[in-house]
Design a protein around this ligand. Sequence first.
Ligand SMILES: Nc1ncnc2c1ncn2[C@@H]1O[C@H](COP(=O)(O)OP(=O)(O)OP(=O)(O)O)[C@@H](O)[C@H]1O
Length: 255
Amino acid sequence: MLTVEGLVKRFGGFTAVNNVSFRVEQGEILGLIGPNGSGKSTIFNMLSGTLIPTAGSILFNGAEIAGHAPHRIINSGIGRTFQIPRPFHRLSIFENVALAGYYGQGRHSRAKADEAAERALHMVGLPTNRHAGVDGLGAAGLKKLELAKALATGPKLLLADESLGGLDEHEMDQAADMLRKIRDELGITIIWVEHIMGVLMRVVDRVMVLDHGEKISEGLPSAVASDPRVIEVYLGADADSSQAAAAEARRKAGV
Ligand SMILES: Nc1ncnc2c1ncn2[C@@H]1O[C@H](COP(=O)(O)OP(=O)(O)OP(=O)(O)O)[C@@H](O)[C@H]1O
């Protein structure tokens, strides 16, 4: 479904993403992890059109989309959530999601956007009535709203950016289960960027690990969690604590 080849992003003389290639198959959940500043968001920003790659190719269902504007990319079927939810506070929950549907589906039909909003809100478990406000939503509710907005755009591929930040353990499990449900029930392919490795490992089919803008490991969660390069760079240089964290990740991943 998605084939990325030789993706590069430079900011001046600094290379944030250096020659990264990967594929995502239809119906897969790919986890994208790496330490702070390793290039995860920069890759998402290139996939969603907010950044233009310095070099490389992004083929989505066979068509080149590298450098396309965000609205073209959304209309072609790639939706995304953002790390920091920024809803319109003067609009209701429903209106926020319907607006995303109106913009994202490129159909300019109010009725279709409303339908998409209703389905998306139902999927994530938020109220579908027209008037419930955004301000009462806590961290978990705002994450759900973010997800509903992305779903209302009608994605075939969903880029989920750090969906678990700010959630407690129970909410994290629920959010991870939600991503799997979106894949299982709606058939949406997902790339999931996340810091919290344990929960991610339980849900994804494959993981790709970045460090300093380069891909350092890729594979099944069980193999990646015990890859010495991942233990060293992602889990920290301290051998004892990194081994313990890897063991914990494997325990949570059930491997
Ligand atoms: N617009 C920009 N201009 C200059 N440097 C940037 C820009 N955007 C990102 N960077 C740098 O590129 C590198 C990769 O950043 P990026 O946000 O992609 O990392 P990340 O893996 O998503 O980090 P985090 O986990 O903290 O979100 C960082 O060193 C960052 O400072």
